[in-house]
Design a protein around this ligand. Structure first.
Ligand SMILES: [Mg+2]
Length: 167
């Protein structure tokens, strides 16, 4: 059971995945989670880097499907510019909508990969279905971590400043 919670690959972000290698392994369909995988929860639209990446992936020969547990408005708005196959209220880790994603992309299990930030939805869902799973570090956590470092650095600089100015 625990094995079903382990991803096949764990990377820092969607930009650190070796997509060429996936293609060489015979993968043809990529299912992407949205929230905290592609953008933070409170960002409505994809950035240029994501748009470029998806163009490159399509040029490589991949089909792409967005599968989010979030609501219809969120997914439709996010997909406005991308115009991908998209499933809202996907109810991951249930398999039904991941099967639907494969059906829409016309890919088989062995050709399909799910990429997401959550073990209990994305990874578990993918593993239950028997497709390759790639876990990414949640974007929000990463930002919080960077903020923390910045805050600590700021505090140190202010400490030095206050010592030097004798305050
Ligand atoms: Mg997510």
């Amino acid at each position: 059971m625990l094995k079903k919670l382990f991803p096949d690959t764990y990377v820092d972000s969607i930009h650190d995945i070796d997509y060429k290698k996936l293609y060489e392994e015979g993968k043809r369909g990529l299912i992407f989670d949205i929230d905290n995988t592609l953008v933070p929860y409170d960002v409505a639209h994809p950035d240029d880097k994501i748009i470029t990446l998806f163009e490159e992936l399509k040029a490589l020969g991949f089909k792409i499907c967005l599968a989010s547990n979030n609501n219809k408005d969120r997914v439709i708005k996010f997909n406005e510019r991308l115009k991908l196959i998209a499933i809202h209220k996907a109810l991951k880790p249930f398999r039904r909508n991941l099967r639907k994603a494969m059906y829409l992309m016309k890919t088989k299990k062995e050709e399909t990969v799910i990429i997401g930030d959550q073990i209990f939805t994305d990874v578990l869902g993918g593993n239950r279905l028997g497709i390759k799973t790639i876990l990414v570090v949640p974007i929000q956590d990463k930002e919080e971590w960077i903020t923390k470092i910045k805050r600590n650095t700021e505090r140190k600089i202010l400490d030095i400043y206050q010592k030097r100015s004798g305050k």
